[in-house]
Design a binder for this molecule. Structure first.
Ligand code: B12
Length: 219
């Protein structure tokens, strides 16, 4: 196993074992050794948390383990996000994005990663956090007048919350003023189309590409 693979494996294992302190230490070591922060997030920490999610789905891991793994994931994510931010050069704001997790959903790691990637790429972000009603999104659109609204859903039951936001925006005559992009584990391009969203992205890198395309910004 080469050095990079070894570091990625160590990051995965640190998340799976649910030890935030160790994850932070492994992440710092990986940064020192010059790992690409995006690779570390996706192939290291991300793979670790996916494994935990699969085990939880299969009934071989339980909620407390899911929670400690999430804490470990966040501890490691913080380190790589700092690195990503360092790589973002100062430039003028290219667009404004309101982003949040849909009603009934407390997952925020992926949404926060999308927000970070957007900041790194010159976007101004208004992050509403988790468990947002459609009304909350409407109020944020009125207040911040964004170009884009991003709605995350990690649990299947929260996907209707994405549709509710689109309906509420239409009801308050705001739909034509913003482009809406949806994402999150169970979300698909088909679902995005079905609810009338303007875009869908599978991960944070694709989210930046899709949002730029929606705004007509040359890549
Ligand atoms: C960590 C975790 C938790 C943590 C969350 C901590 C936190 N602060 O976020 C805790 C322990 C709190 C938790 C709770 C629960 N969880 Co949970 N959780 C997970 C887990 C393991 C990882 C999620 C994660 O962070 N992934 C890593 C990030 C980087 O990936 P991501 O979120 O997918 O985000 C990427 C993309 O999806 C995309 N993206 C995300 N958002 C957006 C938004 C936009 C606009 C765009 C364009 C793209 C985009 O880009 C991101 C970056 O690349 C998943 C399993 C999994 N494989 O996803 C289960 C999972 C999502 N959880 C699940 C469940 C069932 C629950 C609980 C209901 C458990 C319970 N019985 O209480 C509760 C939900 C409570 C609630 N009301 O929300 C199920 C959902 C099943 C379903 N489809 O409905 C999963 C799939 C586990 C499973 N296999 O069963 N969970």
């Amino acid at each position: 196993m080469d050095r990079e693979q070894g570091l990625l494996k160590a990051l995965q294992e640190a998340v799976i074992s649910g030890d935030p302190r160790n994850t932070e230490q492994v992440a710092k070591k990986a940064v020192k050794e010059g790992i690409d922060p995006l690779l570390a997030l996706e192939e290291g920490l991300g793979k670790g948390i996916s494994t935990v999610g699969d085990c939880f789905g299969a009934g071989t891991m339980f909620l407390p383990e899911l929670a400690t793994a999430a804490d470990a994931m966040q501890a490691g994510t913080k380190i790589f996000v700092e690195e990503l931010k360092k790589s973002g050069v100062e430039r003028k704001v290219v667009g404004r994005v309101v982003i949040g997790t849909a009603a009934g959903d407390v997952h925020d790691i992926g949404k926060t990663l999308v927000a970070t990637m957007l900041v790194v790429n010159g976007f101004e972000i208004y992050d509403l956090g988790t468990d947002n009603s459609a009304k909350k999104f409407v109020e944020a659109v009125r207040q911040y007048q964004p170009d884009i609204v991003g709605i995350s859903a990690l649990i299947t039951t929260a996907m209707v919350g994405q549709r509710d936001v689109l309906e509420a925006l239409a009801e308050y005559n705001l739909r034509s003023k913003v482009k809406v992009i949806v994402g999150g584990g169970p979300v698909t391009a088909e679902w995005a189309e079905q609810i009338g969203a303007d875009g869908y992205a599978v991960n944070a890198v694709e989210a930046v590409i899709t949002i730029k395309a929606l705004m007509g910004i040359n890549q």
